[in-house]
Ligand binder design. Structure first.
Ligand SMILES: *[C@@H]1O[C@H](CO)[C@@H](O)[C@H](O)[C@H]1NC(C)=O
Ligand SMILES: *[C@@H]1O[C@H](CO)[C@@H](O)[C@H](O)[C@H]1NC(C)=O
Length: 346
């Protein structure tokens, strides 16, 4: 449901004597980690990435996003053009036209989306292969102020679909992505969440629309929401990875956007795919794999990443226009562990 406080997981990994109740929310067994998050035990089990008999991901009979998905970004607060370009490039990379996809080196963002497509609804329809960038809306002047509650995010969506000039279209595959700039404070941001997804209420917005919010954490908590491009102070001896688009806040957002889109697609109305018994606090397909970006990942270790030979930046997928991104893995329902296109064993 929501991208959780990754710091908590790092803290748990750093404190080997963490109480069971706290560490138990991670579905996989603790690794032999030192406080420095060294990759001890890497290779001990190729199927370590989140694999656990304790994970009971269940289907609750609701719909998945099976028709062509159109993502409508809503840029809230001042957004430099280059930052918008990076996020648009990521969204365009999820399902590029075939001739373009053929030019993108593996592992690709589109291959990452293939894991999300493994989720089906009760009519056996898979999550859509088609994901495109739709119309956009800007609210650079922050019409609802620089402090937003969770309900305010719905109001921002309502403003965008109800705008007098060029409202965002309301269509069957539309999802609305509220992206807040570093100056915007959102309820629970940094403390508990880096992003969340839900659906709008007809009484507030006029329609039931899946939407997500993701904030740029650059000013407030990059070590929480832009990990591993920033590292919490209590994790010693660990250097931050260099971000592939040279922007800690935005490169961190890309993985959170990926997280929320994967969950929106597989659990758009909070009644399809999740683990746990409480639909208000479900554990969804990306929650299960938070902090895992490559083979061997878990605890405070990201797993095996790729390195950009020119810039030294860390990434795990290639996208449109020669861009590279680092996105977390998602739970694979066929394999029953976290997987991604950069896995070493495929
Ligand atoms: C973890 O440490 C224990 C005890 O030192 C050892 O028996 C075990 O094999 C280690 N596991 C891994 C995955 O390295
Ligand atoms: C649809 O989902 C099923 C079940 O996970 C999977 O076996 C199949 O390969 C998926 N189809 C596509 C096109 O991804």
């Amino acid at each position: 449901m929501q991208m959780r406080h990754l710091g908590l997981l790092l803290l748990v990994a750093a404190l080997l004597a963490a109480p069971p109740a706290v560490s138990a929310w991670r579905p996989w067994p603790p690794r032999n980690e030192t406080g420095g998050g060294a990759a001890s035990g890497l290779g001990a089990s190729k199927k370590f990435e989140g694999s656990s008999e304790f994970v009971k991901l269940q289907y609750h009979m609701g719909p998945v996003l099976a028709t062509a998905i159109t993502v409508h970004p809503i840029w809230y607060g001042p957004w430099p053009v280059e930052q918008k370009r990076t996020i648009r490039a990521f969204l365009r990379s999820l399902a590029p036209p075939p001739e373009e996809e053929a030019r993108i080196p593996r592992p690709s963002v589109a291959a990452w989306w293939r894991t999300v497509r493994l989720y089906t609804d009760q009519t056996d329809a898979n999550v859509s292969a088609a994901v495109s960038l739709g119309a956009e809306k800007s609210d650079a002047r922050m019409s609802r102020g620089a402090r937003l509650s969770r309900m305010d995010i719905q109001a921002v969506v309502r403003d965008a679909v109800g705008a007098r000039t060029r409202p965002l279209p309301v269509d069957s595959g539309g999802v609305y992505l509220v992206l807040t700039s570093p100056e915007v404070v959102v309820e629970d941001f940094c403390g508990q969440v880096c992003g969340f997804h839900y659906f709008t209420f007809p009484s507030v917005v006029g329609y039931t629309l899946p939407y997500a919010w993701v904030g740029n954490s650059a000013r407030r908590c990059p070590e929480v929401c832009a990990y591993p491009f920033a590292i919490p102070a209590y994790v010693h001896g660990r250097r931050p990875e260099s971000p592939p688009n040279a922007d800690v806040g935005v490169d961190g957002m890309v993985s959170v956007i990926a997280h929320e889109l994967a969950e929106l697609a597989s659990n758009p109305l909070a009644n399809a795919w999740y683990a746990g018994t409480d639909p208000s606090f479900p554990t969804e397909i990306a929650d299960l794999c938070e902090g895992i970006y490559g083979t061997g990942g878990g605890g405070a270790y990201t797993g095996q990443l790729l390195t950009d030979a020119r810039s030294g930046a860390a990434y795990n997928v290639n996208g449109a226009g020669g861009r590279r991104f680092l996105v977390q893995w998602v739970w694979n329902p066929v394999l029953s562990y976290c997987s991604g296109p950069n896995a070493l064993d495929q």
